[in-house]
Design a protein around this ligand. Structure first.
Ligand code: HSE
Length: 439
């Protein structure tokens, strides 16, 4: 087929990642030809703003504002979908595959929300679907889980998979800054999604977790079944108190399997300050896994950004191009057939047992601690330590912070609701789960 004259690429989306792809294709041109045995040729690019925004030089490339022109271009062998979002990305990807084209995408939302259609369509049409760039940018976590860890049985996975949240929490910790201005900086740095609620409310991390779960545990979890809590409720004082207790706060995507039941959750988590994940700073990502045979393993690197994500996109392109030039049949995108992935039994959050950090804003009066600890005691929650700092003048509140021994989430939530009804407590109290197993 096209081996002598090259493998033809059609690119949809010329934003941060698309521009990085163009740059790397040029920079690595000879290496790609050597590694594939045929050159990679970008033949068609579509971008909504190609007419108005400056873009990298694209000599000899057909340019369009219409993404369908790329998908329908008979010359294109591999479509790179880099526009993000679910619509029209879903229709474009399905159409490209129906036309027998391989697809490479960085689109975690598409795969998390429409994976049933998209993965099944790749198998049905016998085409390759690469999605290495959809989780943790430049870290080859998809291949690592699908190929590197294929012989093992994963027991647990803890991921820092949202660079924006990690940047915000790390900067709040290092600079003593508050949430809002640091989010603004993350947006300026181009880390955040177009709608930053996807980042700070944990949705982006939950979408990525569903993909990691399929590869790591061989089961399916709809994104709605992932308990998802973001980082907005955290104040600088929580970061400071966490440090006093010996912890860092990270937004973790967590999956654990025990006796055939899976925990799948995304939430801020206090982890020991000397743990490997606590050292993951800035916008970096990391995925820590615990396997039966391999034991602990950590994958670390840049989870976002133009060139790191473009490198992941092009790793899929090279894999696809190599297979095309050798006329190899594609393997299923998830390593096994979509139909082999059974729906997971997901543990209810109420059944979770763990230790907690609690923060109440309470009026500084005698008897306050007794009232709060009484409610916690009634719910079988035992307090491991308490910190109260500063004295207020008059009726102002002061932070009252506690660390609990192991308790059930059901009891904890009940207690927090009751405490928040006390007249001596103001605002909504904060609780953060503690994960000691990473220490
Ligand atoms: N907004 C995402 C993040 C980009 O901050 O991680 C990479 O998926």
């Amino acid at each position: 087929m096209m081996a002598r004259e090259g493998v033809k690429l059609g690119l949809v989306g010329l934003g941060t990642v698309g521009s990085g792809v163009v740059q790397l294709l040029d920079r690595q041109r000879e290496a790609f030809a050597r590694k594939i045995g045929a050159p990679l040729q970008l033949v068609h690019v579509a971008s909504r703003s190609i007419d108005i925004k400056p873009h990298p030089p694209l000599p000899g490339v057909r340019l369009s504002v219409d993404p369908w022109s790329v998908v329908q271009d008979a010359e294109v062998d591999i479509v790179l979908e880099l526009i993000g979002g679910t619509d029209p990305a879903r229709s474009l990807v399905l159409e490209a595959m129906a036309r027998g084209k391989a697809v490479v995408t960085a689109n975690k939302a598409l795969l998390a929300l429409h994976g049933d259609e998209v993965f099944a369509a790749a198998e049905a049409h016998g085409v390759r679907l690469g999605f290495e760039a959809s989780v943790a940018g430049g870290i080859p976590i998809i291949r690592t889980l699908r190929e590197g860890f294929v012989a093992d049985r994963n027991k647990a996975l803890f991921g820092i998979v949202n660079g924006t949240c990690n940047y915000i929490l790390a900067t709040m910790s290092e600079d003593g800054a508050e949430f809002a201005p640091v989010l603004h900086r993350a947006q300026e740095l181009g880390l955040a999604e177009a709608d930053p609620r996807m980042d700070v409310d944990g949705i982006d991390a939950a979408q990525k977790l569903t993909l990691l779960i399929m590869l790591a545990f061989g089961v399916r979890v709809p994104v709605e079944a992932v308990y998802t809590e973001g980082i907005r409720q955290l104040d600088q004082i929580d970061i400071t108190f966490a440090r006093e207790f010996g912890y860092a706060i990270k937004l973790l995507a967590i999956a654990k399997e025990e006796s055939g039941v899976l925990e799948a959750r995304v939430h801020p988590t206090m982890i020991p300050q000397d743990s490997l994940l606590a050292g993951v700073g800035g916008a970096y990502n990391a995925i820590f896994t615990q396997g039966e045979a391999l034991g602990s393993s950590l994958q670390f690197g840049q989870g976002a950004g133009s060139l790191p994500t473009a490198a992941a996109v092009l790793s899929d392109v090279v894999e696809s191009a190599r297979a095309q030039t050798k006329q190899q049949q594609p393997r299923p995108p998830l390593g096994c057939a979509w139909a082999e992935l059974k729906p997971a039994a997901v543990r209810s959050m109420d059944e979770l047992v763990g230790e907690y950090y609690l923060r109440f804003m309470a009026v500084d009066r005698p008897g306050v601690l007794t009232q709060i600890s009484g409610i916690l005691g009634d719910q079988d929650i035992s307090i491991a330590s308490v910190i109260q700092r500063g004295r207020s003048d008059g009726d102002n509140t002061v932070p009252l912070v506690m660390r609990t021994h192991a308790a059930t989430e059901r009891n904890l939530k009940t207690a927090m609701t009751l405490v928040d009804q006390l007249p001596i407590v103001q605002g909504k109290s904060v609780y953060v789960r503690i994960e000691e197993s990473l220490g």
